[in-house]
Design a protein around this ligand. Structure first.
Ligand SMILES: Cc1ncc(COP(=O)(O)O)c(C=O)c1O
Length: 424
């Protein structure tokens, strides 16, 4: 017989932390402090991940080489800048379940989304719609509507939104599939989040891709809240493209460079239109500086500019930690930490809030979204002042995410104590 999975007391949290084989990774990050010098309870890695302590030295290396070598650093830096972005390729491919040629670290998420739509959103009069989730991240909505308009269509008739059933917050798999089945012939593109940024719902990306492709639709994913959070198998699932940022679960730093996946079957799709730049040009002839663009095969062929080395250096510091910790154990800890958070919140049995994130652990990542009707963002602000950081999404959602690489069971325990005190 097994005992209950979780217990309510502080001792339980301390015991779980003492047993956690990943606990030492917390020491590799700077944990923000309160005004009184205590470590914050930082449950906000879904918004901005914490700084790896090694980020400074990764950056200093490049600053030093720049100071000492100037332009020669492109070839003679300790990590030559010319192929620098490739230092991230293997780790990125492993993180999203792709082949190395299918991924590239470049630009930021919305820029990559536009680049992908320039190539993969090819509306016709019969098939011109884009399917998104209702309340998709605003940048995605703006990008999608502007692409529809750019092609001479009207978002009023070309944008289709997935909507949860009346009284529900999350989408049901069978509703997504039947909508795709019903509307598929008019859909040029299905563009969904891997994990919805408001509800924390994880979508069945394999099933959606399959359903979309059965109807001849292009399928893309916004993985802003999925990359570094949940296991991904992009190559096997087979979407056409995916984009993500690296400042959330990937701890690359504010505004850090994003990532992009283009499935192998498009690696040599020279016929696709694309917005070109010199860094996507075949590297063997790039410096001949010819007037005609010849893309590199694979995702790298969508690059525009030479990459920002300093931002990539900071990202490497975090990706090296991911490689060491490995996603599988991180995911196992994440599932447990988030279930523990849900368990402690459930103990409150308060009518003042409800959790809108799916209760099924397979249907969510690290984040829990707590609906607090009438509480206002003031509650979140008070908790931040008290040293417990989550974030607020209007009108009534408080998002918190225990991140397995640096959060602890005691963080979760202390957070719920602060939360219940703030509620009463
Ligand atoms: C789901 C989602 N999509 C898109 C974005 C926009 O990202 P960026 O500012 O890097 O373009 C964000 C930013 O938080 C996001 O959460």
């Amino acid at each position: 017989m097994t005992g209950p999975r979780f217990q309510t007391g502080a001792h339980f949290a301390a015991t779980m932390d003492a047993r956690d084989p990943l606990a030492h990774f917390r020491g590799r990050f700077f944990i923000p402090k309160t005004k009184t010098g205590d470590e914050c309870i930082y449950l906000c890695g879904h918004s901005l991940g914490l700084q790896p302590k090694a980020a400074g030295s990764y950056l200093e290396q490049e600053l030093r080489d720049w100071a000492e070598l100037g332009v020669e650093g492109h070839f003679h830096a300790r990590n030559p800048w010319m192929p620098y972005h490739r230092l991230l390729t293997q780790q990125t491919a492993a993180l999203v379940g792709a082949q190395p040629s299918e991924v590239v670290v470049m630009n930021s998420l919305t820029v990559n989304l536009h680049l992908m739509m320039a190539s993969f959103y090819r509306p016709t009069t019969e098939r011109h719609k884009i399917l998104v989730e209702r309340g998709a991240f605003p940048s995605d909505q703006y990008a999608v509507k502007s692409q529809i308009g750019f092609h001479g269509f009207d978002p009023a008739s070309s944008l289709l939104e997935l909507t949860p059933r009346e009284g529900e917050s999350c989408m049901r798999d069978q509703d997504i599939e039947s909508l795709i089945e019903r509307e598929g012939d008019s859909l040029a593109l299905i563009l969904l989040g891997g994990v919805n940024y408001v509800t924390g719902q994880m979508f069945d990306m394999a099933g959606i891709t399959k359903a979309g492709q059965r109807k001849g639709c292009v399928v893309g994913f916004d993985l802003a809240h999925a990359a570094g959070n949940i296991p991904l198998r992009l190559h096997d699932w087979g979407p056409d493209f995916a984009v993500w940022c690296s400042y959330k679960y990937l701890n690359g730093g504010p505004g850090c460079v994003g990532g992009c996946f283009v499935h192998e079957r498009h690696a040599r799709a020279w016929e696709l239109p694309r917005f070109a730049g010199w860094w996507g040009h075949d590297e063997s002839t790039r410096f001949q500086m010819g007037p005609d663009f010849q893309p590199m095969p694979g995702a790298e062929g969508w690059q525009l500019s030479n990459p920002p080395i300093l931002a990539l250096a900071a990202l490497r510091a975090s990706m090296d930690i991911f490689s060491e910790a490995r996603l599988e154990p991180l995911r196992a800890k994440s599932v447990s930490l988030t279930a523990y958070l849900q368990f402690l919140l459930d103990q409150q049995s308060s009518p003042k809030f409800s959790i809108i994130t799916p209760r099924d652990e397979e249907r969510r990542g690290a984040q829990l979204s707590i609906r607090l009707p009438g509480a206002g963002r003031n509650l979140c602000d008070r908790l931040t002042v008290a040293g417990a950081t989550g974030d607020w999404r209007e009108p009534d959602i408080f998002r918190v995410a225990p991140v397995p690489v640096y959060n602890t069971y005691q963080d979760v325990y202390r957070f719920v104590q602060h939360f219940s005190a703030a509620l009463s």
